[in-house]
Every structure is written in structure tokens, then in C-alpha cells.
Design a binder for this molecule. Structure first.
Ligand code: COI
Length: 360
């Protein structure tokens, strides 16, 4: 149990440490740091065997439940290095709380947030030399929980593994901060009310792949999902939440159970409100968005997410018709949000919301 659980640390020998990628070819999630965090759960012992160890392969029974019934949840958060070398994480407790809400939905055990935060800090500090310092580059942290009991009956696993790996990353999209092209699908749906859309569970991403492939084939960056019932209301983009600035309102769909409650989404809402922007969490149909593009009242649109940060949208394609958004350029509000969020995250600006957590 955690109260008497010490995290054991095994460092990779200096001569075994990996070489770090150049800043120009970081990509997203293709290089991994020297260490990882790992712990196990079972009914009798709760969370136990917590360790930081060299990044390594797992050995798992092929009958492990995650391979068959997909009990897998994950998170994405980032660590940043400021100009003075200070290290920060952005809202890590919120990620861990969201992971606990995903765990609840997927019948998985709850994480002890404070203890895991301690482990995250220790891991980030140990691999601090992996945090890139170039503009827009960060250390992406991927906490993951999987069911590992080797049983083929369909029920919740009674054994779990929680692990954290980290990857130095550049921009998620090939476009960087340049406007993306978004494909609106009315053929596929991401999630339904009562389903698992609000949980960050692996199957949601597997289910999104076919639509993403079709979008890619048509030359689009990401898919915009509509509601499953009427194929009418905007939900979210493949890897981010979505915002539209229509006249003076900043509108984003409400969290009704089928949408992921993004931490960047919440940060955008709080920041924009603090600037006096009229933020509305309200249902918005694709026809309203198209009408706003056509009558010029749609000023800008952008996605928000940990990986995507703020990603401006320059074009939508709906029913094979293309609609240019904001002249295909980055809007003023998108730009301001991007800059302000980054400045808070890397410690170069005040943090009025107490979002950043110092490491080390
Ligand atoms: C994140 O923004 O951290 C995500 O989880 C998106 C990811 C699937 C690339």
C-alpha cells in the first residue's frame, strides 16, 4: 500500500544512456527518454511495486485482458523548461483526476493522485536533460493504465499495470502552428451519450482511425466529429476540443458525456473569460457554423489540446464542399491564446490560475 510504499529507483548506467534526438527532427512521440515509472495493482495489495527504472519492454501474458477487451486508459501532459532552467508541469493533478474519472468509467482502480504526482516529478527530474528548450518543443508525458490479468472471461481485470513514459516532442501537426484543414464527417461517429466518449480510453482512438484515414486521403489534417444521434451538432476534433469565434462570442460544445473534458479546453475558457471574452459552452450545429462562415460572422476557429496546444483551423470540408475559415489565416484570439498559454507553461509569465507545478 502507498503508506509504506517507497519508489525504488534504478538508473540507467551513463554508458547505456540513449542519444538524444536533434531538435529539428523530434516528431511527436517517436523518441523516448531513458527512464519510465511503473507500478502494479491487485485486489490484495492495492498499488504496489512502484519503481522508476530504465525504459524497457514489458513481458506480458498473451491472455492479458487489455489485449482482448481493451481496458486501457491514458493521459497526455507536458513538462517545460523555462529560460532560467526551472522545470514546470502544467496542471498535472487535473490530468490525474481525469484519469481517475476514465478509470471509474472503465471499471479500473483509482490512482492515488498525490503519490503519482510525486512519482511524476521524480521521473521528470531524473530525465530533465531530455526536456527540449527550442520554441514549441516540450517533454510529453504519457501515463497509461492497462488491465493485465490473464483471463478470457469478459469482466474487469483484477490486476493492473500503471506506467509513465516520456517523449521529447515538437508540434503535433505537420502544419505546426499554421492553420489546419478539417474534414467534417457525417458518416462515422466517435461516441454516443452513455458511452465512453468522455473517458480517455484507447478504444476511442482505435475507433477514430478509419475516418482519420479518409480525411487524410482527401488531404485533410483531422476529423471533426458530429453528434451520433442527429449528425448535426459539433462535438470535437480527432485529438482536440474545438472553439469557434462567432461575432464576439467564443463558442465550444458543452461537456455532455460524449466529449473529452480537455484540460487545455478548460484553460482556454478560463483565460478568455479573464480577458473579458464572452465564452459560451453551448450546442452549435454544423449548419450554423457553415452559415457563419458564409455571412462572415465566423471570425476564427481553433482546436485545443495538450498535444495540439492551440491549432488554428483554416478550412472545413463538409459534404464535399470546402469552406475557408478566417481567410485561411491564424486569428488574433488564437494567436493570443497560443502565446499566453505557452508563456504560462514555460514560466516566462505570471500564472494567475496556479496552473503550473514546479519540478525539483
Ligand atoms: C493529448 O493531447 O495529449 C492527446 O492525448 C492527443 C493524443 C492522442 C495525440
Amino acid at each position: 500500500m502507498w503508506k509504506d510504499l517507497d519508489i525504488s529507483v534504478t538508473r540507467r548506467e551513463p554508458d547505456q544512456q540513449k542519444s538524444k534526438p536533434g531538435l529539428e527532427n523530434l516528431g511527436f512521440g517517436v523518441h523516448f527518454t531513458d527512464h519510465m515509472f511503473l507500478m502494479k495493482w491487485d485486489r490484495e495489495n492495492g498499488w504496489h511495486d512502484a519503481e522508476i527504472c530504465p525504459y524497457q519492454n514489458f513481458s506480458m501474458d498473451p491472455a492479458a485482458m487489455v489485449y482482448h477487451y481493451g481496458q486501457a486508459i491514458f493521459e497526455g501532459l507536458k513538462a517545460y523548461k523555462g529560460d532560467d532552467g526551472q522545470i514546470f508541469m502544467f496542471r498535472p493533478e487535473d490530468n490525474l483526476e481525469r484519469m481517475n474519472s476514465s478509470a471509474l468509467r472503465m471499471c479500473m482502480p483509482r490512482l492515488p493522485v498525490e503519490k503519482v504526482l510525486k512519482a511524476l516529478k521524480a521521473l521528470v527530474y531524473l530525465d530533465r536533460d531530455w526536456i527540449p528548450t527550442a520554441d514549441g518543443a516540450t517533454l510529453y508525458i504519457r501515463p497509461t493504465m492497462i488491465g493485465i490479468e490473464p483471463v478470457l472471461g469478459v469482466r474487469p481485470s483484477e490486476q493492473y499495470c500503471f506506467y509513465v513514459i516520456m517523449s521529447p516532442v515538437g508540434a503535433y501537426y505537420a502544419e505546426g502552428f499554421n492553420p489546419t484543414k478539417i474534414w467534417v464527417t457525417d458518416k462515422y461517429v466517435r461516441s454516443v451519450k452513455g458511452g465512453v466518449g468522455h473517458a480517455k480510453t484507447a478504444g476511442n482512438y482505435a475507433a477514430s482511425l478509419m475516418a482519420a484515414q479518409e480525411a487524410d486521403k482527401a488531404g485533410y489534417t483531422q476529423v471533426l466529429w458530429l453528434d451520433a444521434h442527429e449528425h448535426k451538432y459539433i462535438e470535437e476534433v480527432g485529438t482536440s476540443n474545438i472553439f469557434f469565434k462567432i461575432d464576439d462570442d467564443l463558442i465550444t460544445p458543452p461537456l455532455g458525456g460524449s466529449i473529452l473534458g480537455g484540460i487545455t479546453r478548460d484553460s482556454v475558457i478560463q483565460l478568455a473569460k479573464s480577458w473579458g471574452v464572452n465564452v459560451k459552452e453551448q450546442q452549435l450545429s454544423i449548419t450554423e457554423v457553415i452559415a457563419a462562415i458564409e455571412d462572415g460572422s465566423l471570425k476564427e476557429a481553433f482546436g485545443s489540446g495538450t498535444a495540439a496546444v492551440i491549432s488554428p483551423i483554416g478550412e472545413l470540408c463538409y459534404k464535399n464542399k470546402q469552406y475557408v475559415v478566417a481567410d485561411g489565416k491564424t486569428g488574433e484570439l488564437s494567436q493570443r491564446l497560443f502565446e499566453e498559454l505557452q508563456a504560462i507553461q514555460n514560466g516566462s509569465q505570471d500564472d494567475p490560475f496556479n496552473w503550473i507545478v514546479r519540478v525539483g
